[in-house]
Design a protein around this ligand. Structure first.
Ligand SMILES: Cc1ncc(COP(=O)(O)O)c(C=O)c1O
Length: 406
């Protein structure tokens, strides 16, 4: 008789997992207050958007925060404010979300893809240094899943080569590097509040920085070139309308109240999972460096070794795990540089004036391996109890014990 649920056996997990997003009456009340106030945009003093900017930047150890419509918008204006311009090269990891690279293209700059370290999934400082040319202007380390990148080495490289550091802290809520929150360790950083993120208003983002001048530029870029305190119809530069609404800010202020407790819970559960899974052959846990003092765990990622699982391909392992009631996925299906956007140079007429590399020739072995081997358990599972974590461990063990069924 079949034991694995994928073959008709009993599931390890039948209870529902914590739902995402987490919300209660407070979000509804906050939204109702905005509706009734009739002040739905940030275009006045004392807005909820301003309150959120202050609260989140204090929480995230940054002096300034400029709330915007998405993480993509945050990264785009961060590069713009840092002076990244036509033809400048911006070094980015190949294993990340598309916005880490398109924020450079939005500024008519050239993304240069480099490899990540296999066991931290963060940009490899050695690869950064090797990719520097006289055209390099900026580097964007991604703190993947809220695991801090190696900022000591990255900041040192940036200093020696006069590069701007824009952190992709889109997964950075509450996570720390050497005890310091992510996003304003470099020159600027971008955070996302999109629907899957650990505090969310469905969409949203923020730029963080400790530099007052850069903050003022970001404010202007996100506010169609206006300058704080100047007349409403006076515009100083080519900006965007990336303003966050009062509805988003009202929801995010409530979500922020839960973030600290949730982040601590994810850390505790992830530590327990790491201990329990470390003994299972074929589950390659990621390396936790001492500078990753707190991880936000935007998913619990590990490397799946199909050989150790009797040759069962990752797709079948995932389907089997899902059938046992454990929500998990494989992450990015291909490195960024393999997207048609890059392989077919769909950059518009800028490609006639600016030298782009032949992205078809880019090869980052670790990024490509991660696209084949990475598995990530959904972040909402980490909001469960230790008993819930035991279900994840039991499901993995059950699969290992019944490989002959696959
Ligand atoms: C690493 C990373 N960078 C940037 C972004 C872009 O954020 P948004 O979706 O809010 O534009 C995301 C969002 O998924 C992300 O995961």
């Amino acid at each position: 008789m079949a034991r694995l649920a994928v073959n008709g056996g009993d599931k390890v997990r039948t209870k529902p997992w914590p739902r995402w997003p987490v919300w209660d009456e407070r979000e509804i009340k906050a939204l109702e207050e905005v509706v009734r106030s009739g002040r739905w945009g940030r275009l006045y003093e004392g807005s909820r958007v301003e309150e959120f900017e202050k609260s989140f930047s204090v929480y995230q150890d940054a002096k300034f925060g400029i709330a915007v419509t998405s993480g993509t918008a945050a990264l785009t204006i961060a590069l713009k404010a840092a002076g990244v311009d036509v033809g400048d090269e911006v070094i980015v990891p190949g294993y990340t979300f598309i916005a880490t690279a398109t924020c450079a293209l939005q500024n008519n700059a050239v993304p240069i893809f480099v490899d990540v370290e296999l066991d931290t999934i963060n940009i490899d400082p050695v690869a950064i240094e090797a990719a520097i040319t006289p055209r390099t202007r900026a580097v964007i380390p991604v703190h993947w899943n809220g695991r801090a990148a190696d900022m000591d080495r990255i900041l040192d490289i940036a200093k020696r080569h006069n590069l701007v550091v824009v952190e992709d802290a889109c997964h950075g809520w509450g996570a720390t590097w050497k005890g310091r929150k992510l996003g304003a360790i470099g020159d600027l950083g971008g955070v996302s509040f999109q629907a899957s993120k650990h505090i969310t208003a469905g969409e949203g983002g923020i730029v963080l920085t400790n530099d007052e001048g850069l903050a003022a530029k970001c404010f202007s870029y996100h506010h169609i070139g206006r300058i704080a305190g100047r007349p409403f119809y006076e515009h100083h530069l080519v900006g965007w309308n990336f303003r966050m609404t009062e509805f988003d800010a009202a929801v995010l202020l409530v979500q922020l109240e839960r973030l600290e407790e949730q982040t601590q819970r994810r850390e505790e559960n992830a530590k327990f999972l790491s201990e329990q899974l470390s003994g299972i052959d074929g589950i390659g846990l990621l390396r936790r460096e001492s500078y990753m003092t707190r991880i936000s765990w935007h998913g619990f990622g590990f490397l799946y070794d199909a050989e150790a699982f009797g040759g069962v391909p990752r797709s079948k392992f995932l389907a089997t795990l899902n059938a046992e009631g454990i929500p998990a996925g494989g992450g990015y299906s291909h490195p960024l540089y393999k997207n048609p956007l890059f392989t077919e140079r769909r950059f518009g007429r800028i490609a006639e004036f600016v030298d782009f590399p032949d992205y078809r020739a880019v090869h980052c072995p670790n990024c490509e391996r991660l696209c084949r081997e990475c598995v990530s358990i959904d972040q909402r599972c980490l909001l469960g109890t230790i008993d819930d974590m035991c279900d994840i461990v039991r499901a993995m063990e059950k699969i290992r014990e019944n490989l002959d069924e696959l």
